[in-house]
Ligand binder design. Structure first.
Ligand SMILES: Cc1cc2nc3c(=O)[nH]c(=O)nc-3n(C[C@H](O)[C@H](O)[C@H](O)COP(=O)(O)OP(=O)(O)OC[C@H]3O[C@@H](n4cnc5c(N)ncnc54)[C@H](O)[C@@H]3O)c2cc1C
Length: 381
């Protein structure tokens, strides 16, 4: 059996590992020119589903390295005003384990050499009468397999062809996402799980990404064939704005300056946090989510996973975890086909029914959490 995966994101790469473990011939096609082409590095909180999926799909020898490049995400959640006076405490939580998306993606690319092709944008597909599927690429080439998995993220080309009626909506308000190297001064802003700063009509969310061991060093010690980026600890911050933030053609410096003007009377530590943000890994963020879709029925050679089918706002911390959960579930379903214990169309349909159920539950839960992060003009604490 040959499986083609469109998209080498978190979900697509995890699926590739799961399929390789099951002895399935898998190829991943990624539209970016290389693994380092684009801004990728924000903190992702892994919950029990995400961690279980990674342990199930990744080879055993990478498990210790995975643990080394994660960090704690637990403790008190403080709410402060814009001069950093404490307003209240929300109580301690254990939010799972933190990792960096870019580091995780690099780890997931390990052991897939010859299986992942960069610079291959999937543009569409054709299901053939002989039961195979042909994927078409932007460079004019094609590839054929038994199944095509759209793991091509929120703007999925595969979803648009398979489910043209499926809707992805942009939510009101806007956010700016930043990442600033973690100094002692900035670490003091987040002594626990996270800090929420309330200003008039604006909310700033702060969280630490503190690796148990520096990723490159951990790889050199635990799995010398793996090359991980030299990523330092950082403080991840998100500023939620009540109105759309203009998308400046001049890039981060213009966005940063606009933001600094809005935060004019905020505490100097918070202003310096914004000033010292890493240019490559800071950007405006549009929050989008999918409307639920019913199962599309029929027996097809094309399916979807992760943000390609159920994108959700980051407020629930579930997007990557759900993509990983999909990858593990689909790997398990296809492993049964590989062992001749199931038929491909039935195995795929079973995966889809379960994935749509928990995937859209996660979308609903993430939307329920969204008001916690939405600033109100009347809120002038
Ligand atoms: C600021 C922020 C914080 C977040 N925090 C969390 C968190 O704490 N916990 C959590 O669980 N989730 C979090 N998420 C969500 C999470 O990052 C996503 O849900 C997750 O990355 C989805 O994985 P994916 O593999 O489905 O898609 P993606 O990671 O988007 O990967 C899709 C891949 O497909 C490629 N691609 C796109 N089109 C094509 C094409 N036509 N052909 C070939 N390749 C293509 C893309 O280049 C990309 O590499 C956060 C998101 C943001 C923005």
């Amino acid at each position: 059996m040959k499986v083609m995966v469109a998209g080498a994101g978190i979900g697509g790469l995890c699926l590739a590992h799961g399929l390789l473990r099951a002895g399935v011939d898998v190829r991943v096609y990624e539209r970016e020119r290389s693994a380092h082409s684009r801004y990728q590095g924000f903190r992702v909180g892994l919950n029990e589903h995400g961690l279980a999926a990674l342990h199930e799909c990744l080879p055993q020898r990478l498990h210790d390295l995975l643990a080394a490049v994660t960090g704690p995400m637990a403790g008190e959640r403080r709410v402060l005003d814009r001069q950093l006076h404490e307003i209240r405490r929300l109580g301690p939580v254990d939010g799972g384990t933190a990792t960096d998306r870019h580091v995780l993606r690099q780890l997931l690319l390990t052991g897939l050499s010859g299986r992942v092709e960069f610079g291959k944008a999937v543009t569409g597909y054709t299901e053939r009468a002989d039961g195979t599927v042909e994927a078409r690429f932007g460079d004019g080439t094609t590839a054929t397999g038994d199944l095509l998995v759209g793991a091509d993220g929120i703007g999925s080309v595969i979803r648009r062809q398979l489910l043209p009626e499926a809707e992805v909506v942009t939510l009101p308000g806007n956010a700016v996402l930043g990442r600033t190297p973690l100094t002692e001064r900035f670490a003091a802003l987040v002594p626990g799980f996270g800090t929420i700063v309330h200003g008039p009509g604006i909310i700033m969310l702060l969280g630490r990404m503190e690796f148990r061991r520096p990723p490159r060093l951990a790889a050199a010690e635990l799995a010398p064939d793996v090359l991980l980026p030299d990523t330092d600890n950082y403080l991840r911050w998100v500023v939620m704005l009540p109105v759309p933030h203009s998308r400046e053609p001049d890039g981060w410096p213009a966005v940063r300056d606009q933001l600094l003007a809005l935060l004019d009377d905020w505490h100097p530590d918070l202003l310096d946090l914004v000033r010292q943000a890493d240019v490559v890994n800071s950007s405006p963020l549009t929050v989008r989510c999918a409307k639920p879709v019913p199962h599309w029925g029929g027996t097809r050679r094309v399916t979807l996973l992760g943000d390609a089918i159920h994108p959700m706002p980051p407020s629930g911390g579930q997007g990557a975890n759900t993509a990983l959960r999909d990858a593990a579930l689909l790997s398990r379903s296809l492993a049964a086909v590989q062992r001749d214990e199931a038929e491909l169309p039935a195995a795929v349909a079973q995966y889809e029914l379960r994935m749509l159920d928990y995937g859209f539950t996660a979308v609903t839960e993430s939307l329920q959490h969204l008001p916690d992060f939405t600033p109100h003009a009347s809120d002038s604490r």
